[in-house]
Unconditional design. Structure first.
Ligand code: GTP
Ligand code: MG
Length: 313
């Protein structure tokens, strides 16, 4: 069923619809889950109008509909698993990285977060028989660390055409956290034409951390991060895609999280990510990947290597 247009909501004329779209509310779900106060402020409408618009959006977007267990099982039958090129790592993840889920890689600088994302990007373009997703990739790059040269090396090592591989990877720099969130919407548009089977957000938290400083900003930061995570999860569900995000650990005691091995973003990121993988450096280019949190897999760790060819056992 095609989704209703914003203009079809009662109380939304062309001018209000434009304000909504400008503020990033391009679909009904984003309006349905917004608070009346925020919507009223952002769109310069009365709060009572906002309440009505939200109520109508909730109805139209079918928020909070229940699925029976067998329907969930049916949906989960469509889950694809993406290989990492390490057999041990795939086994740790229950056979590969699942679609319709967010995998969060966290660890200190140089622990391999970005390299693993490159590898997943290359692999997602491979056909399913080879452990890929036969799809295309969106990379939201917040730290300017995307390196096509590494993609070429990793693709070549797998006997893939490096240029064809690069043509399937769509990269955008995110200049701030707002832009980063907007790019998920752009990706949703892109996914209408291209089979986007993997979305990488590297780094998920760096902009948020830099922009929302001090204890007073914590609530706001967590709210924005929460929305971002749910946008990502929604993208994963809609497109049957894998989402891979990276997260730093606080190198020195953070104002919010004292423990230096704790990932940024606290509970919000932790509870929304479906799988959390803690990466740490080991001897001789080796890395230890530990699965910290998963709905159906045991906590365990494996050793992987990162070399010129990419991620391997
Ligand atoms: P931050 O983004 O700084 O937090 O780190 P990260 O976890 O993203 O680190 P990244 O994935 O960029 O890992 C960098 C490390 O990967 C380097 O220090 C190297 O050890 C390894 N690496 C990157 N490229 C190559 C390569 O071409 N050959 C080899 N052998 N190792 C590489
Ligand atoms: Mg990195």
């Amino acid at each position: 069923m095609p989704e209703k247009k914003l203009e079809e909501l009662p109380g939304v004329g062309p001018a209000t619809a434009e304000k909504l779209r400008d503020a990033g509310y391009t679909d009904l779900m984003s309006i349905a889950v917004e608070s009346p106060k925020t919507l009223a402020e952002v769109c310069e409408i009365g709060e009572s109008t906002a309440v009505k618009i939200i109520a109508a959006a909730k109805q139209a977007a079918d928020v909070g509909g229940f699925e029976t267990g067998d329907q969930v099982l049916e949906r989960r039958k469509n889950i694809h698993k993406l290989t990492s090129c390490s057999k041990a790592f795939d086994e740790l993840m229950g056979g590969g990285f699942e679609s319709q889920a967010i995998a969060e890689f966290y660890g200190e600088f140089g622990s391999g977060k970005t390299q693993i994302c490159f590898q997943l990007a290359v692999n997602a373009t491979m056909p399913e028989e080879k452990g890929g997703l036969g799809g295309e990739v969106v990379v939201i790059d917040t730290e300017n660390t995307f390196r096509p040269e590494r993609i070429v090396q990793m693709a070549t090592a797998l006997d893939l055409d490096p240029i064809e591989t690069l043509q399937k990877i769509h990269v955008a720099r995110a200049f701030n956290s707002h832009h980063q969130m907007l790019l998920v919407e752009k990706a949703t548009e892109l996914a209408r034409d291209k089979p986007v089977k993997l979305m990488v957000v590297d780094s998920l938290t760096a902009h948020f951390r830099a922009e929302y400083i001090g204890r007073g900003a914590l609530a706001e930061r967590q709210q924005s991060l929460n929305k971002h995570m749910h946008d990502l999860l929604r993208f994963a569900d809609l497109n049957n895609s894998v989402i891979a995000v990276t997260n730093q650990v606080a190198a020195k005691p953070d104002a919010f999280f004292g423990d230096p091995t704790r990932p940024i973003g606290g509970h919000i990121v932790g509870h929304t990510a479906t799988f959390r993988i803690y990466l740490r450096k080991s001897k001789g280019g080796k890395r230890i990947a530990r699965l910290i949190d998963s709905p159906n897999l045991p906590e365990a760790e494996v050793v992987i290597t990162i070399s010129e060819e990419g991620v391997r056992d």
